[in-house]
Ligand binder design. Structure first.
Ligand code: GTP
Ligand code: NAG
Ligand code: NAG
Ligand code: NAG
Ligand code: MG
Length: 415
């Protein structure tokens, strides 16, 4: 064992030395100006081969809960999803529109499986059009909610512009899927200096009603808000579902396949004036970056799971293909380290995917840019930037795939 590790370490050192030599060459191809920079990153771990795709291994009393995570762009949905899954399977960045399409993360514990549906931030059609974003950003959150047993609405409480009002898209999505129980998650609590504001925010975003009861604020903020039930129930005009999985009548039309399809003009107009949603069954206040704080929410999901067959094998962490995980890991670093006009204009293709005999992965990804200054920024001084991206994305992949990963990035310019 010691020897094996020793060899691995030697190789790692060797790679490090080679990495400092950056190979630059300029082959001229018709209509293309191609610049290629090669970088290698090698990582080692004891385990081999990922178990991403497998048939479910059903226990006798299997339970399942599908949870859709929705909210405004950058609210921390993917951060929360990763924390729930317990492994980083979704891309996270400080820029908006990091998540481009819905994807599932899975955590399985004893006889319970929780399927987390991470979604792109909810935005309207005019924004998608203006920024030339993919259609999946518009429709995927709706698709996820429709197949969910529970919806978690994530709000960034550190954002003073959005924290006092649920966006119209969020309200509309909730209104059209009222038969699905929903809970509110106030996220990034660590960034909020004045914690007593959480109470005001909660009242605003719930219209003062949680689980069909008027809020009565008892004491200082608790991590998991246990609201005192009031004696009088007021203001509850629509039937709100109380228990996950129990479907009750809807006040609005049937669930819509597309944004706003299921609501009439009058309903939509009413929603525009609304600030909060009075049908949440619970409120959580947490920091998605803090695993301990997310644990309470995790317990809540496990308890809420209903008898039913698992969807995935217990070893499965996500429904994303290995190639998708790879390109989104690279994209995440592009978003993190470069001004957004660069990652928004980079396209990727996986050129090579090879699993060699000892279970290690050889991956080559080509990044295409359209502007010379983008190319320069992406490569960085002495190849520092592209090297860092390959190294860090490779590290992420090693953690997810649990095997040795050799990730090579090349950058090309298309004109
Ligand atoms: N301080 C702090 N930062 C957080 C917390 N949760 C998320 N973030 C940060 O917020 C940023 C956005 O997080 P994401 O998880 O990518 O947000 P998202 O909602 O998935 O964003 P989109 O996919 O673009 O809609 C990242 O920089 C995270 O590190 C938190 O609890 N506290
Ligand atoms: C779309 O959303 C933007 C803000 O995100 C808002 O300014 C705009 O009015 C919205 N457009 C429509 C048609 O709702
Ligand atoms: C904190 O917020 C509460 C409620 O919004 C407010 O009453 C209080 O004055 C604030 N405290 C500080 C120090 O800003
Ligand atoms: C790059 O992306 C931005 C959006 O951030 C867009 O406005 C711009 O037109 C794009 N540039 C190129 C060269 O594609
Ligand atoms: Mg995301």
């Amino acid at each position: 064992m010691a020897m094996k590790l020793g060899i691995a370490f030697d190789l790692l050192q060797k790679e490090r030395n080679e990495r400092s030599l950056c190979h630059l060459y300029f082959p001229s191809v018709l209509f293309f100006l191609i610049m290629e920079v090669l970088f290698w990153s090698v990582f080692f771990s004891g385990k081999h081969k990922s178990s991403l795709v497998n048939d479910p291994d059903q226990p006798e009393n299997s339970k399942i809960l599908k949870v859709a995570i929705i909210g405004a762009p950058n609210a921390g949905k993917s951060t929360l999803s990763n924390q729930l899954v317990g492994k980083k399977v979704f891309a996270v960045s400080k820029k908006v529109h990091t998540t481009r399409s819905q994807a599932q993360g899975i955590f399985t514990e004893d006889d319970t499986q929780i399927v987390v549906l991470d979604t792109p931030g909810l935005i309207n059609a005019s924004k998608v059009k203006r920024h030339q974003l993919e259609r999946s950003l518009l429709v995927d959150p709706w698709i996820s909610v429709r197949e969910a047993d529970l919806v978690l609405v994530v709000v960034d409480v550190s954002d003073r512009w959005t924290r006092n009002k649920l966006g119209f898209e969020v309200l509309s999505c909730l209104a059209q899927n009222q038969h699905i129980p929903a809970a509110l998650v106030l996220n990034k609590v660590d960034l909020l200096k004045n914690k007593s504001m959480l109470l005001d925010i909660t009242v605003e975003l719930t219209e003062g009603i949680v689980n069909g009861k008027k809020l009565e604020v008892r004491s200082a903020v608790q991590r998991f808000c246990e609201w005192e039930s009031g004696d009088v129930e007021v203001g509850v005009t629509s039937p709100c579902p109380r228990v996950p999985g129990v479907k009750s009548g809807t006040a609005f039309a049937s669930p819509a396949a597309l944004p706003n399809e299921g609501l009439c003009k009058e309903d939509l107009r009413k929603l525009r004036d609304k600030q909060g949603w009075p049908c949440f069954q619970d409120v959580f206040m947490l920091s998605a970056i803090d695993s301990e704080e997310v644990e309470t929410l995790k317990r809540y999901l496990v308890v809420g799971a209903k008898p039913g067959p698992w969807k995935y094998h217990s070893g499965v962490l996500t429904d994303q293909s290995p190639e998708e995980i790879c390109t989104s890991a690279v994209r995440e670093r592009l978003l993190e380290y470069l001004p957004q006009e660069v990652p928004y204009n980079v396209s990727q293709t996986v050129e090579m995917w090879h699993e060699n005999d000892n279970g290690a992965l050889d991956i080559m990804v080509k990044l295409y840019v359209t502007k010379e200054n983008h190319l320069k920024m992406l490569i960085g001084q002495g190849g520092h930037m592209i090297g860092r991206i390959a190294r860090e994305a490779g590290q992420d992949l090693m953690n997810v795939f649990r095997c040795e990963v050799k990730l090579k990035l090349s950058v090309k310019m298309k004109k």
